[in-house]
Design a protein around this ligand. Sequence first.
Ligand code: HEC
Length: 253
Amino acid sequence: MLIKEHCSHFSMLPIGMRVMFTGTLIVLGVGYLFAMIYIFASHAGRDGNPNLSVDDLIIAYSGSKSDTRLEGALKGPMANMLPQNERDEIIAWVRRGAAQEEYAASIEPIIEKRCMVCHNGSNPHIASLKKYEDIMLMAELDTGMDIFTLVRVSHIHLFGITFIFYIVGSIFCHAYIKPVWVKCALIATPFLAIVLDIGSWYLTKVYPPFAWVVMVSGALMGISFAVQWVISIYQMWFYTLPEDVQKSGGHVS
Ligand code: HEC
Protein backbone atom coordinates (compact mmCIF):
# COMPACT_ATOMS: atom_id res chain seq x y z
CA MET A 1 0.00 0.00 0.00
CA LEU A 2 1.22 3.50 -0.79
CA ILE A 3 2.44 5.67 2.06
CA LYS A 4 -0.06 8.33 0.99
CA GLU A 5 -2.87 6.10 2.17
CA HIS A 6 -1.54 6.25 5.69
CA CYS A 7 -1.46 8.98 8.29
CA SER A 8 1.25 9.66 10.83
CA HIS A 9 1.07 8.24 14.30
CA PHE A 10 0.60 10.74 17.17
CA SER A 11 4.24 10.33 18.18
CA MET A 12 5.32 11.61 14.76
CA LEU A 13 3.16 14.76 14.95
CA PRO A 14 4.52 18.16 15.93
CA ILE A 15 4.07 19.00 19.59
CA GLY A 16 1.81 21.97 18.82
CA MET A 17 -0.65 19.72 17.04
CA ARG A 18 -0.68 17.27 19.93
CA VAL A 19 -1.37 20.10 22.37
CA MET A 20 -4.23 21.28 20.18
CA PHE A 21 -5.67 17.75 19.94
CA THR A 22 -5.41 17.34 23.71
CA GLY A 23 -7.14 20.64 24.39
CA THR A 24 -9.93 19.76 21.98
CA LEU A 25 -10.43 16.33 23.54
CA ILE A 26 -10.50 17.70 27.08
CA VAL A 27 -13.11 20.34 26.30
CA LEU A 28 -15.25 17.90 24.28
CA GLY A 29 -14.96 15.38 27.13
CA VAL A 30 -16.24 17.92 29.65
CA GLY A 31 -19.03 18.81 27.20
CA TYR A 32 -19.98 15.15 26.94
CA LEU A 33 -20.22 14.89 30.73
CA PHE A 34 -22.53 17.89 30.85
CA ALA A 35 -24.65 16.38 28.09
CA MET A 36 -25.04 13.21 30.15
CA ILE A 37 -25.96 15.18 33.27
CA TYR A 38 -28.57 17.01 31.19
CA ILE A 39 -30.04 13.78 29.79
CA PHE A 40 -30.24 12.39 33.28
CA ALA A 41 -31.83 15.54 34.74
CA SER A 42 -34.40 15.84 31.97
CA HIS A 43 -35.47 12.19 31.73
CA ALA A 44 -34.71 10.31 34.95
CA GLY A 45 -37.51 9.78 37.46
CA ARG A 46 -40.47 10.20 35.14
CA ASP A 47 -41.64 6.70 36.02
CA GLY A 48 -41.36 7.38 39.76
CA ASN A 49 -38.03 5.58 40.16
CA PRO A 50 -35.10 8.04 40.43
CA ASN A 51 -32.78 6.11 38.07
CA LEU A 52 -32.75 6.55 34.30
CA SER A 53 -34.63 3.61 32.80
CA VAL A 54 -36.20 2.49 29.56
CA ASP A 55 -39.59 3.36 31.10
CA ASP A 56 -38.46 6.97 31.51
CA LEU A 57 -37.59 7.11 27.81
CA ILE A 58 -40.92 5.58 26.86
CA ILE A 59 -42.73 8.24 28.89
CA ALA A 60 -40.56 11.03 27.44
CA TYR A 61 -41.10 10.05 23.81
CA SER A 62 -44.41 8.25 23.63
CA GLY A 63 -46.13 9.50 26.76
CA SER A 64 -47.59 7.63 29.65
CA LYS A 65 -50.81 5.70 29.51
CA SER A 66 -51.65 6.62 33.09
CA ASP A 67 -49.91 9.95 33.79
CA THR A 68 -50.60 13.48 32.71
CA ARG A 69 -47.78 15.75 31.52
CA LEU A 70 -48.14 17.71 34.72
CA GLU A 71 -47.61 14.62 36.84
CA GLY A 72 -44.74 13.41 34.65
CA ALA A 73 -43.02 16.79 34.97
CA LEU A 74 -43.61 16.96 38.73
CA LYS A 75 -42.07 13.53 39.23
CA GLY A 76 -39.26 14.17 36.75
CA PRO A 77 -37.59 17.44 35.72
CA MET A 78 -39.76 19.72 37.94
CA ALA A 79 -39.41 17.55 41.06
CA ASN A 80 -36.97 19.91 42.75
CA MET A 81 -39.09 23.00 42.28
CA LEU A 82 -41.29 22.33 45.29
CA PRO A 83 -41.37 20.33 48.53
CA GLN A 84 -42.61 16.75 48.47
CA ASN A 85 -45.87 17.45 50.33
CA GLU A 86 -46.89 20.20 47.89
CA ARG A 87 -46.00 17.99 44.94
CA ASP A 88 -48.14 15.16 46.36
CA GLU A 89 -50.97 17.63 46.89
CA ILE A 90 -50.94 18.70 43.22
CA ILE A 91 -50.70 15.11 41.98
CA ALA A 92 -53.55 14.01 44.24
CA TRP A 93 -55.66 16.92 43.00
CA VAL A 94 -55.03 15.98 39.34
CA ARG A 95 -55.94 12.37 40.07
CA ARG A 96 -59.15 13.39 41.79
CA GLY A 97 -60.20 15.12 38.59
CA ALA A 98 -58.61 18.57 38.93
CA ALA A 99 -61.73 20.42 40.05
CA GLN A 100 -61.72 24.20 39.67
CA GLU A 101 -63.01 25.10 43.16
CA GLU A 102 -60.26 23.09 44.75
CA TYR A 103 -57.75 24.74 42.42
CA ALA A 104 -58.52 28.21 43.67
CA ALA A 105 -58.48 27.12 47.29
CA SER A 106 -55.36 25.00 47.51
CA ILE A 107 -53.50 24.56 44.21
CA GLU A 108 -53.24 28.08 42.85
CA PRO A 109 -51.26 29.36 45.87
CA ILE A 110 -48.67 26.61 45.39
CA ILE A 111 -48.33 27.27 41.67
CA GLU A 112 -48.13 31.00 42.36
CA LYS A 113 -45.35 30.52 44.89
CA ARG A 114 -43.29 27.76 43.23
CA CYS A 115 -43.82 27.92 39.49
CA MET A 116 -44.66 31.48 38.45
CA VAL A 117 -41.03 32.61 38.37
CA CYS A 118 -40.67 30.62 35.14
CA HIS A 119 -44.15 29.65 33.98
CA ASN A 120 -45.70 33.14 33.92
CA GLY A 121 -46.17 33.02 30.14
CA SER A 122 -43.47 35.56 29.31
CA ASN A 123 -41.12 32.97 27.79
CA PRO A 124 -42.70 31.35 24.73
CA HIS A 125 -40.63 28.17 25.26
CA ILE A 126 -41.98 27.52 28.73
CA ALA A 127 -45.62 26.56 29.06
CA SER A 128 -47.70 29.15 30.88
CA LEU A 129 -49.33 27.94 34.10
CA LYS A 130 -51.02 31.21 34.96
CA LYS A 131 -54.64 30.20 34.61
CA TYR A 132 -56.70 27.15 35.46
CA GLU A 133 -57.16 26.54 31.72
CA ASP A 134 -53.38 26.50 31.22
CA ILE A 135 -53.01 23.91 33.93
CA MET A 136 -55.80 21.83 32.42
CA LEU A 137 -53.85 21.61 29.15
CA MET A 138 -51.02 20.04 31.14
CA ALA A 139 -53.41 17.80 33.05
CA GLU A 140 -54.55 15.95 29.95
CA LEU A 141 -53.22 12.50 29.29
CA ASP A 142 -49.54 12.65 28.36
CA THR A 143 -48.75 11.83 24.72
CA GLY A 144 -45.01 12.45 25.01
CA MET A 145 -42.79 14.86 23.15
CA ASP A 146 -44.61 16.40 20.21
CA ILE A 147 -43.36 15.88 16.67
CA PHE A 148 -42.30 19.48 16.24
CA THR A 149 -40.06 19.30 19.30
CA LEU A 150 -38.63 16.00 18.06
CA VAL A 151 -37.84 17.52 14.66
CA ARG A 152 -36.17 20.51 16.31
CA VAL A 153 -34.07 18.37 18.63
CA SER A 154 -33.27 15.91 15.78
CA HIS A 155 -31.65 18.45 13.52
CA ILE A 156 -29.65 19.95 16.37
CA HIS A 157 -28.41 16.50 17.37
CA LEU A 158 -27.65 15.32 13.84
CA PHE A 159 -25.51 18.38 13.13
CA GLY A 160 -23.94 18.68 16.57
CA ILE A 161 -23.07 15.04 17.06
CA THR A 162 -21.67 14.69 13.55
CA PHE A 163 -19.31 17.59 14.30
CA ILE A 164 -18.21 16.05 17.57
CA PHE A 165 -17.47 12.62 16.11
CA TYR A 166 -15.87 14.07 13.01
CA ILE A 167 -13.42 15.92 15.23
CA VAL A 168 -12.82 13.06 17.66
CA GLY A 169 -12.55 10.56 14.76
CA SER A 170 -10.06 12.74 12.86
CA ILE A 171 -7.85 12.83 15.94
CA PHE A 172 -8.29 9.11 16.60
CA CYS A 173 -7.17 8.35 13.01
CA HIS A 174 -3.61 8.98 14.21
CA ALA A 175 -3.77 6.05 16.66
CA TYR A 176 -2.11 2.72 16.03
CA ILE A 177 -4.75 -0.05 16.27
CA LYS A 178 -4.52 -3.56 14.89
CA PRO A 179 -6.45 -5.07 13.19
CA VAL A 180 -7.54 -2.08 11.21
CA TRP A 181 -11.20 -3.17 11.02
CA VAL A 182 -11.46 -2.64 14.78
CA LYS A 183 -10.31 0.93 14.27
CA CYS A 184 -12.81 1.43 11.46
CA ALA A 185 -15.61 -0.06 13.56
CA LEU A 186 -14.78 2.33 16.43
CA ILE A 187 -14.88 5.29 14.07
CA ALA A 188 -18.11 4.19 12.34
CA THR A 189 -20.11 3.17 15.43
CA PRO A 190 -21.19 6.64 16.66
CA PHE A 191 -22.42 7.66 13.21
CA LEU A 192 -24.53 4.54 12.95
CA ALA A 193 -25.69 5.02 16.55
CA ILE A 194 -26.90 8.60 16.09
CA VAL A 195 -29.05 7.58 13.14
CA LEU A 196 -30.49 4.64 15.07
CA ASP A 197 -30.98 6.80 18.15
CA ILE A 198 -32.88 9.58 16.44
CA GLY A 199 -34.90 7.20 14.25
CA SER A 200 -35.96 5.36 17.38
CA TRP A 201 -37.28 8.52 19.07
CA TYR A 202 -39.99 8.57 16.43
CA LEU A 203 -40.47 4.80 16.39
CA THR A 204 -40.87 4.81 20.20
CA LYS A 205 -43.97 6.96 19.74
CA VAL A 206 -45.50 4.21 17.61
CA TYR A 207 -44.01 1.17 19.32
CA PRO A 208 -42.65 1.86 22.84
CA PRO A 209 -40.11 -1.05 23.00
CA PHE A 210 -37.95 1.00 20.58
CA ALA A 211 -36.94 2.91 23.71
CA TRP A 212 -34.43 0.07 24.14
CA VAL A 213 -32.78 1.07 20.87
CA VAL A 214 -32.62 4.69 22.12
CA MET A 215 -30.92 3.44 25.29
CA VAL A 216 -28.49 1.06 23.55
CA SER A 217 -27.50 3.48 20.79
CA GLY A 218 -26.94 6.24 23.34
CA ALA A 219 -24.69 3.86 25.28
CA LEU A 220 -22.80 2.87 22.11
CA MET A 221 -22.16 6.52 21.33
CA GLY A 222 -20.85 7.15 24.84
CA ILE A 223 -18.65 4.05 24.75
CA SER A 224 -17.10 4.85 21.38
CA PHE A 225 -16.47 8.43 22.51
CA ALA A 226 -14.76 7.18 25.67
CA VAL A 227 -12.68 4.55 23.85
CA GLN A 228 -11.48 6.95 21.15
CA TRP A 229 -10.76 9.60 23.77
CA VAL A 230 -8.72 7.37 26.07
CA ILE A 231 -6.74 5.69 23.27
CA SER A 232 -5.96 9.05 21.64
CA ILE A 233 -4.73 10.73 24.82
CA TYR A 234 -2.79 7.63 25.86
CA GLN A 235 -1.05 7.12 22.52
CA MET A 236 -0.36 10.85 22.20
CA TRP A 237 1.63 11.15 25.41
CA PHE A 238 2.44 7.80 26.99
CA TYR A 239 2.84 5.18 24.29
CA THR A 240 5.81 3.88 22.29
CA LEU A 241 5.10 2.48 18.82
CA PRO A 242 6.31 -1.06 18.08
CA GLU A 243 9.87 -1.11 16.71
CA ASP A 244 8.91 -2.16 13.16
CA VAL A 245 6.26 0.56 12.76
CA GLN A 246 8.72 3.17 14.04
CA LYS A 247 11.35 1.99 11.55
CA SER A 248 8.97 2.26 8.62
CA GLY A 249 8.24 5.90 9.50
CA GLY A 250 5.37 5.69 12.01
CA HIS A 251 2.63 5.40 9.44
CA VAL A 252 -0.68 3.98 10.64
CA SER A 253 -3.57 2.69 8.54
C1 HEC B 1 -36.65 27.67 37.33
C2 HEC B 1 -37.68 27.74 36.35
C3 HEC B 1 -38.88 26.78 36.53
C4 HEC B 1 -39.65 26.61 37.63
C5 HEC B 1 -39.56 27.33 38.98
C6 HEC B 1 -40.65 25.63 37.26
N1 HEC B 1 -40.46 25.22 35.97
FE1 HEC B 1 -41.60 23.89 34.93
N2 HEC B 1 -40.39 24.06 33.34
C7 HEC B 1 -39.30 24.92 33.23
C8 HEC B 1 -38.70 24.78 31.93
C9 HEC B 1 -37.47 25.53 31.42
C10 HEC B 1 -39.45 23.78 31.26
C11 HEC B 1 -39.22 23.27 29.86
C12 HEC B 1 -38.37 22.05 29.94
C13 HEC B 1 -38.19 21.38 28.63
O1 HEC B 1 -39.06 21.53 27.75
O2 HEC B 1 -37.19 20.68 28.52
C14 HEC B 1 -40.49 23.37 32.16
C15 HEC B 1 -41.45 22.42 31.85
C16 HEC B 1 -42.54 22.12 32.64
C17 HEC B 1 -43.61 21.25 32.26
C18 HEC B 1 -43.67 20.43 31.01
C19 HEC B 1 -44.37 21.17 29.93
C20 HEC B 1 -44.51 20.28 28.71
O3 HEC B 1 -44.55 20.85 27.62
O4 HEC B 1 -44.59 19.06 28.86
C21 HEC B 1 -44.51 21.24 33.27
C22 HEC B 1 -45.84 20.49 33.34
C23 HEC B 1 -43.99 22.09 34.30
N3 HEC B 1 -42.79 22.61 33.88
C24 HEC B 1 -44.62 22.33 35.51
C25 HEC B 1 -44.05 23.07 36.53
C26 HEC B 1 -44.67 23.25 37.81
C27 HEC B 1 -46.00 22.64 38.23
C28 HEC B 1 -43.83 24.05 38.54
C29 HEC B 1 -44.00 24.50 39.96
C30 HEC B 1 -44.12 23.49 40.96
C31 HEC B 1 -42.69 24.38 37.72
N4 HEC B 1 -42.86 23.76 36.51
C32 HEC B 1 -41.64 25.19 38.12
C33 HEC B 1 -38.86 25.80 34.20
C34 HEC B 1 -39.38 25.92 35.48
